[in-house]
Write a protein that binds this ligand. Structure first.
Ligand code: FAD
Ligand code: UDP
Length: 389
């Protein structure tokens, strides 16, 4: 006897679980969520490691949003721990405030300065580009070549194995450049982490669904298809995989995470370096644009505010995508957009499947954007009215 559900949801990340929560609690629908990993939460999953430290398993996830609606929606399932996300860049033998701001400029010129002097210097250094069309142009047109080469070029080559000229302007354009002393990494109004972690937030979303939801872990949806009846599919996996790569393979970037944990005794000798008792490095994240094979070291305890004597750092090594690797990043570039546009046409023609989230829409989306997309898709289905909702 096949299982019967109103919806089959592929992927238990932010997009899949937002859909499950809305469809069950607002529309009274039943959902089967199928996830091929052994846990819920997708890339935003976090866990306490063997040393008792709360870590972001798939790289640092700094929640931020400008949307009161998305914040209010998620606030039903979590309290928040406000954070000013601060990072440093290690290059030329020193830590530098990053993103580039007045403090960075002062270190660069070796003396105190003012916003006016910094603006005037940038005006002199920047290379005019009428409308920046790639990641090199977007940076050199704001700060000139020297700062671009110091902070962006090497990091980008390492992260994407592509020249910044071969990436959309939006990639490096994500990083703000400021002439004041605001040294926060992000610009959004609301910046905070779920107080008890992301996984707890996801558990509470599922708890709200009650017995209208079933979650099947360690399963690819294709194995499940012959055993379920459903009316509509919500798909948040890679879009090229859904269509059996019929339009060619979309490029992705993968990562390898290497964690290292420290006891309080091991941290003590580093305290003059870390600047803070119980920490290994001086900031939540240090970027390495020009040294080492990794792009960044994250010590997320700085951001979570966890009171824990041990600490864990995670080094992040970019890797090519291939068999056995996770597709962490779509690659925003003209060649990949051309392939994606063919998949998008096919996806638009699939009446019984909704494609949502970072992989199914092949967009370099943040968590809040993915939640916003799921809320909008729910409303679209709701209004269509020809389904259980
Ligand atoms: P995912 O979280 O990828 O979930 C999709 C799920 O579908 C996965 O769990 C996958 O296993 C499952 N799946 C795929 N195919 C199948 C299949 N065939 N069968 C069953 N299951 C399947 N965003 C921020 O806002 N702030 C940050 O600081 C931030 N940092 C990031 C750092 C890194 C290293 C990465 C990779 C991403 C970061 N993001 C950040 C982006 C964030 O992870 C995404 O926006 C968000 O997690 C996307 O949610 P999703 O549900 O679309 O996809
Ligand atoms: N970037 C860079 N130098 C840095 C940080 C970022 O050149 O020190 C560029 C790089 O191309 C990176 C992009 O800006 O991929 C976006 O950075 P972000 O930190 O937002 O990346 P994510 O957290 O999504 O990996």
């Amino acid at each position: 006897m096949p299982w019967g559900f109103d919806y089959l949801i592929v992927g238990a990340g932010f997009s899949g679980l937002t859909m499950a929560e809305r469809l069950t609690t607002q529309a009274g629908a039943t959902c089967l969520v199928v996830e091929r990993r052994n846990h819920i939460g997708g890339n935003a999953y976090d866990r306490y490691d063997d040393h008792g430290v709360l870590v972001h398993t798939y790289g640092p996830h700094y929640f931020r949003t400008n949307s009161p609606r998305i914040r209010e929606y998620l606030s039903q399932f979590t309290e928040w721990h406000p954070v000013d996300y601060k990072i440093l860049s290690w290059t030329h033998g020193a830590y530098w405030p990053f993103p580039i701001n007045l403090n960075t400029f002062e270190q660069f010129i070796g003396r105190p300065s003012t916003p006016e002097e910094m603006s005037a210097a940038l005006d002199k250094w920047k290379i005019p580009v009428a409308s920046p069309s790639n990641s090199e142009e977007v940076i050199v047109s704001q700060v000139g070549r020297e700062l671009y080469e110091q902070f962006f070029k090497g990091y980008t080559l390492k992260q994407w194995r592509r020249h910044p000229r071969e990436l959309d302007a939006s990639v490096c354009g994500r990083i703000p450049i400021r002439t004041n002393r605001d040294d926060r990494y992000l610009t959004e109004e609301f910046q905070a982490l779920p107080a008890a972690g992301y996984t707890r937030l996801f558990e509470r979303m599922l708890a709200a669904c009650g017995d209208r939801v079933k979650v099947l872990l360690n399963a690819d949806y294709r194995e499940v298809l012959p055993h379920v009846n459903f009316q509509h599919m919500i798909y948040s996996g890679p879009v090229d995989e859904y269509f059996d790569f019929s339009e060619g393979r979309l490029p992705y970037r993968s990562l390898r995470f290497e964690a290292e944990s420290f006891t309080p005794e091991e941290l003590v000798p580093r305290e003059p370096v870390s600047g803070k008792k119980g920490f290994w490095q001086p900031a939540m994240q240090v970027n390495y644009p020009n040294d080492h094979d990794y792009t960044r070291i994250v010590e997320v305890k700085h951001a979570t505010g966890q009171l824990c004597e041990n600490s864990t750092i995670v080094r992040e090594y970019p890797e090519d995508f291939g068999p056995g690797k996770e597709a962490y990043y779509p690659i925003p570039a003209p060649d990949s957009s051309a392939i994606y546009s063919r998949y998008k046409a096919k996806a638009d023609a699939e009446a019984r499947t909704s494609f949502i989230g970072r992989l199914a829409t092949y967009k370099y989306y943040n968590m809040d954007q993915v939640v916003g997309m799921a809320l909008a898709e729910f409303e679209k289905l709701w209004k269509a009215g020809d389904r259980p909702c």
